[in-house]
Design a protein around this ligand. Structure first.
Ligand code: ADP
Ligand code: MG
Length: 606
């Protein structure tokens, strides 16, 4: 077989000519319209703008224009601003060590100008006229003057017109629009004191007034989603954090609703994400992610933002310290907010029509907050006659559907009212009348939650109490299980098992926790070990948690077990005494509620 032919380039090493080097580097700084928008917006913020307008056409591929009312530049600076590594923001290495501006590399304008046709109009308040600089892809800049209000406007036409390979990589204009939208949205969240207007293809996408963080969040996420957030705040000598975390039942289907601002700059940081996630452990419905928005302020000297071309990553001096602070902050926030709130029901027309499951559990799905109709990719028309465009465009429609009436108040504890009517449905669900509607509880997962927390408490208290069996059971385990049980024996003891190891894979069960139902004593240990092995594959470190989950799952009453009235009441009582009555340890919902309003609406009474 012939060896594969190789291409050998026989050429001398040379420094790339500037225009070529710029194009390559531009690929890193400017990857798509979104990056140009982000850079231009950050320049406007660095220039002290109070009001910024972003205009794009065709997802930013044919036009991006950012207009600000910031400090502006004189002629010399306007020209210099397009030179590579030309910046007004740092002058020395020491200053790089304590960056307080968004920009500092002096690359963005040079990069943009090398891959697009750019016009900059800029005027300092003290000057009479604006300087106009036109560049199109390499040639000498053309200068002129014109009348214009103070501030700067940068227009970027036909991005990548001279880099066909890059242009080919751009996605549909809808996709590029979404990316731009995300960037503007993030910056708008990070700088609530600045008015930001965003116009795409001549439509106002949002028009945000200067506001508090809270008001800006309402403007961008809508009242309802804002109401599902828990404010958090903490200051240590290392850092100050403040922001919002989502109530657990409002977990999002995607990770995109996670916002981290470090000294005002949006960043992505796995360490901090992990700190947040782990604090939510066992509180979230499976496959959902918590919403969070955290503003972290750290001494700039204790963090390096110059570790990534897009500056979206940061390296902290004390990663562990940050982790601890964030983790504690989130745990405290969740604890203070109590159990969260109860998922409502979405009884959609479609569900009835299809004759499928008509009652659907709807943990607040991730809601695309933007103006794009996901199904059609169409951009919503802004409502006629102006009005509060931002609010009406952005208030998440599916949350409305999912929580038709006062969803955030949680349930009145039905069990408190002993006269509340209560039924068991198909030996599986408990139905109860509550003050403003009806509540449905899945008996198995409810009991699972109760037993799970009981198990965790037993671990925490380190008390060994077993209910002795009159007739101990002698069992032979498979060798693997025997070895595992040997390892877990102390934990089993805390749970309330009295088990003796007899060697040769033989055990004697002499006592079990009181929660184990009669008749189950013989199987329960093997069942728990079986489940434990399963859970352990997913999270090998959480020995006790896995054991608590296995125990509660195996010992809980099952679907199909008939319950009498007092058993049902006791279960509901115990459920609402847990820290998280709404989600089982595996992330399944426990309680659903249909409000009277919802029923009235469905029956056409309102
Ligand atoms: P950097 O932001 O890293 O300094 P840029 O290439 O983005 O690099 O900008 C170069 C310089 O141009 C900035 O340092 C700033 O002095 C000036 N500049 C850019 N945009 C604006 C603006 N909108 N208003 C005033 N000055 C600006
Ligand atoms: Mg910049």
């Amino acid at each position: 077989m012939e060896p594969t032919e190789r291409t050998i380039i026989n050429r001398r090493i040379a420094v790339l000519p500037d225009h070529l080097a710029n194009k390559i580097a531009a690929g890193e700084v400017i990857q798509r319209p979104e990056s140009a928008v982000k850079e231009l917006l950050e320049n406007s913020l660095d220039a002290g703008a109070q009001c910024i307008t972003v205009i794009i056409k065709d997802g930013g591929t044919s036009l991006i224009q950012v207009v600000d009312d910031g400090g502006g530049m004189d002629e010399q600076d306007a020209l210099a601003s397009f030179l590579r590594h030309a910046t007004s923001k740092i002058a020395s290495y020491e200053e790089l060590e304590e960056i307080r501006t968004y920009g500092f590399r002096g690359e963005a304008l040079a990069s943009i100008a090398s891959v697009a046709q750019v016009t900059m109009k800029t005027r300092r308040p003290a000057d009479d006229m604006a300087v106009v600089v036109r560049l199109d892809g390499g040639g000498a800049p053309r200068l002129s003057r014109e009348g214009r209000e103070p501030g700067t406007s940068v227009s970027v036409h036909n991005l990548f017109y001279n880099v066909p390979a890059r242009r080919k990589f751009l996605k549909t204009t809808t996709t590029e629009f979404r990316h731009v939208y995300d960037a503007v949205h993030r910056i708008a969240l990070g700088s609530p004191d600045v008015a930001i207007r965003f116009i795409s293809d001549d439509e106002m996408i949002f028009d945000l007034k200067p506001a508090t963080v809270e008001q800006r969040m309402i403007d961008l996420f809508g009242e309802r989603q804002f109401a599902s957030m828990i404010p958090v705040e903490e200051t240590t000598e290392l850092l100050a954090v403040r922001g919002f975390i989502g109530k657990p039942v409002f977990g999002q289907k995607t990770r995109s609703n996670q916002y981290l601002f470090l000294n005002g700059r949006f960043i992505v940081n796995r360490n901090i994400n992990h700190a947040v996630f782990s604090a939510y452990e066992n509180l979230l419905v499976k496959g959902t992610f918590p919403f969070f928005l955290l503003f972290i302020e750290v001494d700039p000297r204790r963090v390096d933002v110059n570790v990534h071309p897009s500056k979206m990553e940061a390296k902290f001096e004390d990663e562990q310290g940050i982790y601890r602070v964030v983790s504690t902050l989130v745990r405290k926030g969740l604890a203070a907010a109590g159990g969260g709130s109860v998922p409502g029901l979405a009884i959609g027309q479609r569900d009835w029509a299809e004759g499928g499951e008509s009652l659907r559990f709807t943990p607040a799905q991730h809601v695309w907050p933007g103006p794009v109709d996901r199904a059609t990719g169409e951009i919503f028309q802004p409502p006629a006659g102006g009005g509060d465009i931002s609010a009406s465009l952005l208030s998440p429609p599916s949350l409305e559907a999912a929580f038709p009436s006062a969803p955030m108040q949680g349930i009145d504890r039905a069990a408190e009212d002993q006269s509340a009517l209560i039924w068991q449905l198909h030996n599986k669900y408990i139905l109860s009348q509550i003050r403003n509607g009806v509540m449905i509880v899945d008996q198995h997962v409810a009991h699972e939650r109760v037993l799970y927390e009981r198990a965790l408490r037993r671990f925490a208290n380190e008390l060994q109490t077993a209910q002795q069996l009159l007739f101990p059971y002698t069992l032979q385990l498979v060798p693997g299980d025997y070895a595992l049980l040997t390892e877990l024996l102390p934990h089993f003891a805390l749970l309330g098992f009295d088990i003796k190891l007899f060697g040769k894979n033989t055990i004697v069960i002499e006592g079990v926790p009181p929660d184990v139902k009669g008749g189950q004593e013989e199987r329960i240990v093997q069942d728990i070990l079986g489940l434990y092995k399963e859970y352990q594959q997913h999270s090998p470190m959480d020995v006790r948690d896995n054991l608590a989950k296995s125990f509660s799952c195996r010992s809980a009453i099952k679907a199909g077990d008939p319950l009498n009235e007092s058993e049902m009441r006791a279960l509901i009582d115990q459920l609402f005494a847990t820290s998280m009555p709404y989600v089982c340890p595996h992330g399944r919902p426990i309680v659903l509620r249909i409000s009277i309003d919802e029923l009235d609406r469905r029956f056409g009474r309102t």
